[in-house]
Design a binder for this molecule. Structure first.
Ligand code: F6P
Length: 325
């Protein structure tokens, strides 16, 4: 099938750099003489036909903006075959035969299902602050989110250190600790409670006691929201019951981490993956995710990129331990 009309949508949690990716898809489509349309509100908009023809100027001045100008949603209806059939019908009516889906695990799963059931080519572009897709070193938004988290933790450290306090800072990451681990190393946290490492409250208390004995008068513990002991509030309560040398405070960074202008790295990544996605469609590829590995773009079947979380970098785990003594 010759691809001559491309649609682009963003789906799932927004991530800084999604706008840069939309822009790259629109500009590359035009560069290669394909028509291009924006689809609003993710899969919800595909089902309800919120499709608009775009031109190069439709994406002017969005490169440096956080969020997504196309808006996003987590669509329950698209999880059903009936929902996907309605979406495919709307794509067909609009003459769109190639679709670029910018999003995370759930969004790429939906894209793969759509292409397996209907005559539409899809390419997935990994965009999630969680960085939890396989076969790419980075997903769009992760670098910005970790920079935001690190700069927030730096600010919290000012108070921790001035008042000799112990802070528990909760960062995002439902199922993976990429943000927590990276921000912990970059901000000099004493410990990162990750979904992957199962550090117990007893072990955490032992670490805190030891460092207090070593004259560490203030400390920061990073808690990934998906770790097994609960959120930062729960962990702080449990630690306070067992250990009383520090005054304890909690900060939940929450959606602060998803907002803000994308970093230079995320803008470049979005450019590379957005253009690469269009080129892949025009080269006849489908049901693939475009990723970046060792500075090169790669294409892997979507089903090899989803459903399982990538392992954390073992060297980063080691660094976090060595540097926090
Ligand atoms: O997947 C990205 C993410 O930001 C997770 O880190 C977080 O758990 C979740 O989305 C929050 O989703 P929502 O904004 O729908 O509450």
């Amino acid at each position: 099938m010759k691809i001559d009309k491309i649609g682009v949508l963003t789906s799932g949690g927004d991530a800084p750099g999604m706008n840069a990716a939309i822009r790259a898809v629109v500009r590359a489509s035009t560069y290669y003489n394909a028509d291009v349309s924006g689809i609003y509100n993710g899969y919800e908009g595909l089902i309800t036909n919120q499709i608009e023809a775009f031109n190069v100027r439709s994406v002017s001045n969005i490169l440096g903006d956080g969020g997504t100008m196309l808006k996003s949603s987590r669509s329950e209806e698209f999880r059903t075959a009936e929902g996907r059939a309605r979406a495919a019908e709307n794509l067909q009516k609009a003459g769109i035969n190639g679709l670029v889906v910018i999003g995370g695990d759930g969004s790429l799963t939906g894209a793969d299902n759509l292409a397996s059931e209907h005559d539409i080519a899809v390419i997935g572009v990994p965009a999630t602050i969680d960085n939890d897709l396989l076969n790419t070193d980075f997903s769009i938004g992760f670098d910005t989110a970790t920079n935001v988290a690190t700069s927030c933790i730096d600010k919290i450290r000012d108070t921790a250190s001035s008042h000799n306090r112990l802070f528990f800072v909760e960062v995002m990451g439902r199922e993976s600790g990429f943000i927590a681990l990276r921000a912990a190393i970059a901000s000099g946290a004493i410990c990162a409670m990750l979904p992957e490492n199962n550090t117990s409250i007893e072990e955490l208390v032992a670490i805190l006691r030891k460092s207090y004995r070593n004259q560490k008068m203030s400390s920061i513990v990073i808690v990934a929201e998906g770790n097994k002991n609960g959120g930062a509030v729960d962990i702080a309560r449990e630690v306070e019951e067992r250990y009383k040398d520090y005054e304890t405070k909690v900060t939940v960074l929450g959606h602060l981490q998803r907002g803000g202008d994308p970093t230079c790295f995320d803008r470049l990544l979005a450019g590379e993956l957005g253009v690469g996605a269009v080129e892949a469609l025009l080269n006849g590829e489908s049901r693939k995710m475009i990723g970046l590995q060792g500075n090169k773009t790669t294409l892997f079947p979507i089903d090899e990129c989803i459903g399982r979380r990538p392992d954390l970098n073992p060297n980063h785990l080691k660094l976090a331990t060595i540097l926090s003594i």
